[in-house]
Every structure is written in C-alpha cells, then in structure tokens.
Design a protein around this ligand. Structure first.
Ligand SMILES: [Zn+2]
Ligand SMILES: [Zn+2]
Length: 299
C-alpha cells in the first residue's frame, strides 16, 4: 500500500463514529527534521463537533501549517507545555524548560498556545520585528493587552534565565512589549482550540506581515473547520502502517519489553500490531493466528 493514500471525508467520519481507542491513526512530521507527532485515535476524535481539542492535536496542526506556509525556518513552534511553564509556571520550573539547543536568533517569531483555567486555549505569538508579545484569547474574556503585557514580562525573564543558566544571549536584549490585535470571537463553548489553530495559520500565511485575522466562527463554520483540520492531519501523515505497529508507531517493540515479539494483523483494516503492545495472552494469540482477528478500532 502506498504511504500517500488519498484521504476522504468518509474515512474521517468513520474514525469519529467509533468510541475512542489508543490506536495510532497518523504520524505527523514536526518542524524539526526527524521528529514527529504520533496521533492516536482518541486525539483525532477531539476534533469531533462540540469537543474540546486535545493539546497534541493543536500542536501537530501548528507544525502541519508551518510546513504548508513555508515558515518552518522562520517561525519557531514552541511546545505548549513549555509555553505554559514560561507564562504561568512556578519560576523554579523554568530552568528545565530552557531549550539549550535552540538558537532563537535563527528565527523571527515564535508561535505557541497555552491552557488557562484547565479548559481554555489561548494563542501565544512572539514577534521580534515588532518586539511584541501577543496573548490572544479566542473568547476575549479578559483584556488582551493586559494579558499580553504580563506575558511579555515573563518572556523577558525567560530569556534572562537562559543567559544565566546557559550563557545564551539570543533574544535577551529585546525589550518585549505587550500587544493586541483584532480577531474573530468564539461563539460556542468548545471551539477555542479550533480558533487558536485558525489564528496561528493566518499569522503564518501572512508572515512577516501582520494579517487581518478574519474568519467565520458560527456553529456551521466551526463544524466544517473541524473536518478540514482532521483531514489535514490524516493527509500530512507519514505513518507506514505496513511496517510499523499501530499501537506504538515503531518497528521495534518498546524498549521496556523484550526486543522480539510476534506481529498480528487486523483482518479488517490491515494494520499491524506487536503482540507485546496488545498485551495479548499467548493462547489468545495462537487463536487469533488461526482464525480471524480484528483490532480495537475494528471491533
Ligand atoms: Zn508496538
Ligand atoms: Zn483494524
């Protein structure tokens, strides 16, 4: 089977119809060569209408968009976990997020997103050309300018910490200020993640210019966008389901176990699995080998 199969709406809606499993449905290349995101079925399912988006899905969509708009070498996509620690974390946690191998001088901007109140995503945009930090709230529940100013202070501290801990001087001399820009407002209770991705895409596509961030946020528009984002993930996937395990995404079984294991193929979707990763008992395995066997996703 070819790696680059055409993905249809039908395939996506079929995956959404099933109850969540941890089967791998896509492997999406990150901005950094050789690194990728493993997307599990449950994560893809968070794009279903009215569901709150999973952080891994949002982050991989940022990387897909960076490739599509040709900004992988100019805009650094910061992990949302690191961004959360920089903006809201305890200062003692900061040194562990110092990214000693990244040279920010190689980039002109940073894009990321952060979780607030455990249930709401906001977009973080750091632009060196304007020395400005934007913290954009899809629902605009608080003053974005105030939030951005606070974020700018934390960003300033972050780069000072990197100089103290690693002698890194990239971006340390910039006097960061907070900024705000017009953008569409969320109208429902679950689509903050979708709007964060849409805003990030608009910023990447217009870069280095500042875009007019404008799009529809109606129920219908959000529903269509969720489908489009799901298809982007499946289309960007480089997962080779004929040589890799659909449970751990790797050829070799996980290092914690033995280096050898049996393989078992689903008779319905043809995906392959390490018997080890399925935690399948040997008598069950023998039975599955003789008869037909369907994976979690197909039963
Ligand atoms: Zn495996
Ligand atoms: Zn299957």
């Amino acid at each position: 089977m070819s790696l680059f199969v055409h993905v249809s709406d039908f395939q996506l809606t079929q995956l959404w119809k099933k109850s969540d499993t941890e089967v791998v449905v896509a492997v999406v290349p990150s901005q950094i060569k050789g690194r990728s995101f493993v997307i599990h079925h449950s994560e893809l399912c968070s794009l279903r209408p009215h569901q709150w988006l999973n952080g891994e899905i949002i982050e991989s969509l940022f990387h897909v968009a960076a490739h599509a708009s040709g900004v992988v070498d100019t805009i650094y996509i910061l992990s949302h976990y690191t961004a959360g620690v920089i903006l809201f974390g305890d200062r003692t946690e900061l040194p562990r997020q110092s990214l000693p191998r990244v040279n920010f001088d190689n980039y002109e901007a940073v894009l990321s997103f952060v979780l607030v109140n455990n249930n709401h995503w906001k977009l973080l945009y750091i632009n060196t050309n304007a020395s400005t930090v934007f913290l954009m709230d899809p629902a605009q529940l608080s003053s974005e300018l105030e939030d951005s100013k606070n974020a700018a202070k934390r960003i300033q501290e972050y780069f000072k910490m990197r100089r103290t801990c690693h002698g890194k001087t990239d971006w340390v001399g910039i006097r960061w200020k907070g900024g705000a820009m017009r953008h569409p407002i969320q109208q429902d209770g679950s689509s903050c993640g979708v709007i964060v991705v849409k805003m990030a895409k608009a910023l990447m596509e217009a870069f280095p210019l500042m875009p007019d961030v404008e799009f529809d946020t109606t129920k219908k528009a959000m529903k269509d966008e969720r489908k489009a984002l799901g298809l982007h993930i499946l289309e960007a996937s480089v997962f080779d389901d004929q040589t890799c395990c659909a449970m751990c995404a790797a050829y070799k079984p996980p290092v914690s176990g033995p280096q050898m294991t049996d393989w078992i193929q689903c008779d319905r979707c043809d995906k392959w699995f390490h018997a080890l990763c399925l935690d399948i008992k040997s008598n069950q395995y023998e039975k599955a080998k003789r008869g037909s066997w369907k994976c979690l996703l197909c039963t």
